[in-house]
Design a protein around this ligand. Structure first.
Ligand SMILES: O=C([C@H](O)CO)[C@H](O)[C@H](O)COP(=O)(O)O
Length: 210
């Protein structure tokens, strides 16, 4: 099981500072959608240049032009790029095809997918690397989480790795770990804490113990 730190509400300078604090405890650093919107793919390049041993995920949430957008994120140094599960199969296929050429990986974000079981099986057959259940900020504000959806994809997905994101905190991490995803994605649970390094270290220990 791996830990991904999601950076959403920071600029490039702040992102570098947070990663410096927690780098030994994370496997993947995510340049979140708001950061890409504010700073562009320069943010991906800046973090990859400064922390070359960390895998960098560009959370582009691609909805169209999968091949082109994966190519651009790859040029910026992303190792993993996100595509939305609600997008057309041709978009996901284009993203996968380009990722294979560039030796990169595709994560499909299942945010707002209504029938998780059916869509996850379809997406799994398209050769993606990760399928991620996700309660976004707006769902979290309505009190939702993705724990049940994680159990669903664990049951139906045969090839891709499974991941979960959305409001995971130190207190809820044991429930997530018990479902055994391949990847746990945490943003505010680390970045919003007073001692980011301590929380990241605790989460890292719990995750590696499985
Ligand atoms: O993808 C995300 C969200 O849609 C904002 O871009 C977050 O990275 C994801 O939800 C993880 O962050 P937390 O929910 O703060 O753990």
């Amino acid at each position: 099981m791996e830990l991904q730190l999601a950076l959403d509400l920071v600029n490039i300078t702040e992102a570098k500072q947070v990663v410096k604090e927690v780098a030994p405890y994370i496997d993947i650093v995510e340049i979140g959608t708001p950061v890409v919107i504010n700073e562009g793919l320069h943010a991906v390049k800046a973090i990859k240049d400064e922390f070359p041993s960390l895998k960098v995920l560009a959370d582009l949430k691609i909805m169209d032009a999968g091949g082109y957008e994966v190519m651009k994120a790859s040029e910026a140094g992303a190792d993993i790029i996100t595509v939305l599960g609600v997008s057309d199969d041709t978009t996901i296929k284009g993203a996968v095809e380009e990722a294979r050429k560039q030796n990169k990986k595709i994560m499909v974000d299942m945010i707002n997918v209504k029938d998780i079981a059916t869509r996850a099986q379809e997406i799994d057959s398209l050769g993606v690397d990760y399928i991620c259940v996700h309660s976004g900020y707006d769902h979290q504000a309505a009190g939702k989480n993705s724990f049940e959806d994680l159990a669903t994809i664990k049951r139906v997905v045969k090839q891709a790795k499974t991941a979960i994101a959305g409001g995971i905190k130190l207190q809820t991490l044991p429930e997530v770990i018990s479902a055994q995803p391949d990847l746990v994605i945490v943003g505010g649970g680390i970045t919003g804490s007073d001692d980011k390094q301590l929380v990241a270290a605790q989460m890292h220990r719990m995750i590696k113990q499985g």
